[in-house]
Design a protein around this ligand. Structure first.
Ligand code: AP5
Length: 217
């Protein structure tokens, strides 16, 4: 079983890799961003509360996210790949406490290292199938027909927070509120840097190599 955190800025490729790897490891991808978007689509109270924060590129408050994450993890015994959580030091402390209570290991924290101009390029070229969550990229991984999903023939959409001005804000928020987690996890000895500037398949290989030595049986 693996218990892994994917840490990195918006557009680093966390979701792309989590989707590829969840089958290989039989672990669940838990993306707090995807869960919030599902709540928004369903019009729940949580979705309505989160909407303004997300559209501005701000983080949703810790207490809301931590409660939502605990419910989503359940007993966690299948293993997990955390994509977008934790994102602040209080969230990381809450995760530590929760895993200790459930007797679950955190086996590694993979730091997706990238450069800002590449992130902006990736995010503003991202298209998603809102029905299945499949992610494309106009430049690096385009669909066969522009704006149409190869799998179900339905329309692809751009996320509202991928507008250039919101992207810049999200990257600033990452530096201010999430980057401090790099030191937090360095101190625990779990941090493994990944060169996320490489093509998708090369990044996948680096992750598999990194997890090879840290997978708990
Ligand atoms: P969330 O949905 O988590 O967004 P994010 O962290 O900003 O991450 P992204 O989904 O934008 O990027 P990614 O790293 O997954 O990249 P992807 O694989 O898609 O969060 C959205 C919002 O929800 C937040 O702003 C906040 O408001 C709220 N929120 C969520 N979690 C929260 C929390 N814990 N606390 C508080 N608030 C929270 O790739 C991007 C593009 O690049 C794609 O087009 C892809 O095809 C392409 N690509 C991927 N890899 C490569 C590669 N190696 N080479 C070239 N292109 C690539």
């Amino acid at each position: 079983m693996i218990g892994v955190v994917f840490l990195g800025p918006p557009g680093a490729g966390k979701g792309t890799q989590a989707q590829i790897l969840e089958q290989k490891y039989g672990a669940r991808q838990i993306s707090t961003g995807d869960i919030l978007r599902r709540h928004r689509q369903a019009g729940t109270a949580l979705g309505k509360e989160a909407q303004a924060y997300m559209d501005r590129g701000d983080l949703v408050p810790d207490d809301v996210i931590i409660k939502m994450f605990e419910a989503e993890l359940g007993d966690g015994t299948k293993g997990f790949i955390l994509d977008g959580f934790p994102r602040t030091v209080p969230q990381a402390q809450a995760l530590d406490a929760l895993l200790a209570r459930l007797h679950l290991p955190l086996t590694a924290v993979l730091l997706f290292k990238t450069e800002r101009p590449e992130l902006i390029k990736r995010l503003t070229a991202r298209w998603t199938n809102p029905r299945t969550g499949r992610v494309y990229n106009e430049i690096s991984d385009p669909p066969k027909v522009r704006g149409i999903c190869d799998d179900d023939g339905g329309e692809l959409v751009q996320r509202p927070d991928d507008r250039p001005e919101t992207v810049t804000k999200r990257l600033d928020v990452y530096e201010a509120q999430t980057a401090p987690l790099i030191d937090y996890y360095k101190r625990s000895g779990l941090l493994v840097p990944i060169d996320a500037m490489q093509p998708v398949e090369d990044v996948r290989k680096q992750i598999v190599a990194a997890l090879g030595s840290s997978v708990a049986s």
